[in-house]
Design a protein around this ligand. Structure first.
Ligand SMILES: *[C@@H]1O[C@H](CO)[C@@H](O)[C@H](O)[C@H]1NC(C)=O
Ligand SMILES: *[C@@H]1O[C@H](CO)[C@@H](O)[C@H](O)[C@H]1NC(C)=O
Ligand SMILES: *[C@@H]1O[C@H](CO)[C@@H](O)[C@H](O)[C@H]1NC(C)=O
Length: 244
């Protein structure tokens, strides 16, 4: 089954993007997020992020992969999907432009997922509601012998926004801004509340080579990656440059 048939709309994506012919050094022929891939360093790896309500990711009180037909993400009509194809073991910053695609955050939560037999999915993480919007995330993709085992959101306990008056710390876990400050909220806000997702890889590839980018990210101060992408920095972060 294809993910695009699962969710209502396919939205666009920015860096490290999708599925044209494989790039040089990319020997992974799997381009569907709902299929199993066995990767090595330097391959592209396709995964999806579904945006919807928290409940829509559960069936009979069990969280299922968005690839699973038992979830009514398609008929629910409120789900959005973003697809990414980053290079394995390269630190990447992904963005979803919520000014262009405000509906992305309608449901308020997102789940990262990939695989079919090995259907890995992250826990749903809060993105936005009428009060607060979280714009910065770190996602860890953990592989074992080249197969994705786990996807999880790494929190920094609000270290990155402590003392920054534009932010509030939600649940002692993540930094959020008031949704009324966002452009996409149609409330005269001035901040581009596009979502930035910093990726890290951990575990081993199919040749048992250790994926190291996790080590690098954990040693970087969170948000530091945004500084590497100057075009994004202007749009995503220039507006509250007190962070840097
Ligand atoms: C829901 O879960 C319960 C307990 O695990 C199980 O007994 C029941 O058969 C499940 N229902 C469906 C529709 O899968
Ligand atoms: C928005 O989300 C925050 C954090 O999860 C929660 O505390 C708050 O009650 C929510 N507000 C609304 C209007 O749903
Ligand atoms: C999002 O799209 C809007 C409108 O096209 C654009 O002005 C803005 O710079 C974009 N933001 C990012 C982070 O790319």
């Amino acid at each position: 089954m294809r993910a695009a048939t699962v969710v209502a709309v396919v939205v666009a994506v920015a860096l490290g993007m999708v599925a044209t012919p494989a790039e040089a050094g990319d020997n992974n022929r799997v381009f569907q997020p709902c299929a199993d891939a066995k990767i090595q360093k330097g391959d592209g790896f396709t995964f999806g992020i579904a945006f919807s309500t928290r409940e829509s990711f559960f069936f009979n009180q069990t969280q299922l992969s968005p690839c699973d037909r038992r979830l009514s993400l398609a008929s629910g009509g409120n789900a959005q999907l973003a697809l990414f194809r980053p290079k394995v073991d390269e630190i990447s910053l992904l963005t979803v432009n919520t000014t262009s695609y405000p509906a992305v955050t309608n449901g308020g939560f997102m789940v990262a997922f990939a695989g079919r037999k090995y259907a890995a999915r992250s826990l749903p993480t809060f993105v936005s509601n009428s009060s607060y919007t979280v714009t910065s995330f770190t996602l860890v993709l953990e592989f074992q012998k080249g197969t994705l085992q786990n996807l999880y959101w790494k929190r920094d306990g609000c270290a990155s926004c402590s003392g920054k008056s534009d932010f509030v710390c939600l649940n002692k876990q993540e930094c959020a801004i008031k949704t009324s400050n966002c452009k996409s909220a149609n409330q005269g806000g001035s901040v581009d509340c596009s979502i930035g997702i910093q990726l890290a890889f951990s575990g081993t590839d199919k040749h048992y080579a250790v994926l190291n980018s996790w080590y690098e990210v954990s040693n970087l101060q969170q948000y530091s990656l945004y500084g590497l992408y100057s075009n994004l920095r202007d749009s995503l972060t220039g507006q509250y440059n007190k962070i840097f």
